[in-house]
Design a protein around this ligand. Structure first.
Ligand code: MG
Length: 341
């Protein structure tokens, strides 16, 4: 099996502000695996604050090349993926790219999309939220008006109480659409966080993502006991092994392919978290329609989706899962459902 990879920079439509930083592009890697005349596509999307770079991903792919060259049967995911995982710690986005490409290859070889191989009903794909980053009131108003197609808007909070309240108030001047809030670990005082969540609960907010620092699990559990809104773990969840200790701390988890090392572990994480009675959200980084379409294959299994990553970039090199009237629409194409434009 041959692996090809190249760096690709995702240029964002708008500067994207979250609690810790603002950026205008996202480094990515686009990969292809080829075997037996079939090509599978994969992608790593690597927002800089997460620690992976195009260089670390290229180095991981170089290490993976001889291992993949020895693969005779790409269907043996339970052999191949653990071996890749063991090549190096971390590198979850690089690992995700290979996992996605292998899934794409298998689906294409079988002539079936993954939602079908998993037995999922594409009509049950959820609506996706659309993210409004931290910005000036004028830009927030403009972005909110542009987002009128979406049934749920996701708002990035977590800078300070005055800025957070001003941002919500600005959006509420423009729309009554239900909101979700992502604090990106930005609230450090649990009493103030509770006060903010109570204020948000009166403004048609559905849930709060990562209100407190990722390791502040005791404070988060305290907050959850009192919070009128569900709390969802994002930064506190990386791999499937993190799920059990988040039970009772958060109401649910946000699964992303770039954290879970791809589709196979994301699927396992969904099954585990469901069995523990947790809510499920499927999220993304800014990504092309390659990784977004892969994630969308799992979306009929989750309560909430936040798969707007490809809508936030210019010049998406792929066509795949689309958002139609705010809802994820899965193409009836084999594999992950993405084709080059
Ligand atoms: Mg988040």
């Amino acid at each position: 099996m041959q692996l090809r990879f190249r760096p690709h920079t995702l240029i964002l439509r708008h500067a994207f502000g979250i609690a810790s930083n603002t950026r205008t592009s996202t480094p990515a890697m686009l990969i292809e695996i080829e075997h037996d005349g079939v090509v599978g596509y994969g992608e790593s999307a690597m927002p800089p604050y997460l620690g992976e770079t195009q260089e670390t991903a290229a180095s991981f792919f170089s290490r993976a090349t001889p291992l993949l060259a020895d693969v005779r049967d790409p269907f043996q995911l339970e052999e191949i993926l653990p071996a890749l995982d063991a090549l190096a710690s971390g590198n979850s986005a690089a690992k995700a790219a290979i996992d996605i490409a292998l899934h794409d290859w298998i689906g294409k070889k079988l002539g079936a999309p993954w939602f079908r191989l998993w037995g999922l009903n594409p009509a049950k794909a959820p609506v996706t939220s659309f993210t409004i980053g931290i910005d000036t009131p004028e830009v927030v108003r403009e972005k909110t008006r542009e987002a009128s197609e979406y049934k749920i808007l996701k708002v990035k909070l977590g800078r300070d109480a005055a800025t957070d309240r001003a941002l919500i108030t600005t959006i509420r001047e423009v729309t009554a659409t239900p909101l979700t809030v992502d604090a990106n670990q930005g609230w450090t005082d649990r009493t103030e966080a509770l006060r903010m969540i109570e204020w948000l609960a009166e403004r048609n907010v559905l849930y709060i993502e990562q209100p407190m620092p990722k390791t502040a699990l005791d404070d988060t559990a305290w907050l959850r006991e009192r919070s009128p809104l569900p709390l969802i773990a994002d930064e506190s969840l990386q791999r499937v092994g993190d799920v059990p200790r988040l039970r009772g701390v958060f109401d649910g988890i946000n699964i992303k392919l770039m954290k879970s090392t791809g589709l196979r572990e994301a699927h396992k994480t969904i099954i585990l978290a469901r069995s523990l009675g947790m809510k499920l959200m499927l999220g993304c980084m800014t990504e092309t329609s390659c990784a977004i379409s892969a994630a969308a294959q799992l979306s009929p299994l989750v309560d909430w989706a936040d798969l707007d990553g490809a809508l936030l970039i210019k010049d998406d090199p792929f066509d795949g899962a689309r958002i139609v009237d705010g809802k994820i629409t899965l193409p009836d194409r084999p594999g992950i459902g993405a084709v080059k434009r």
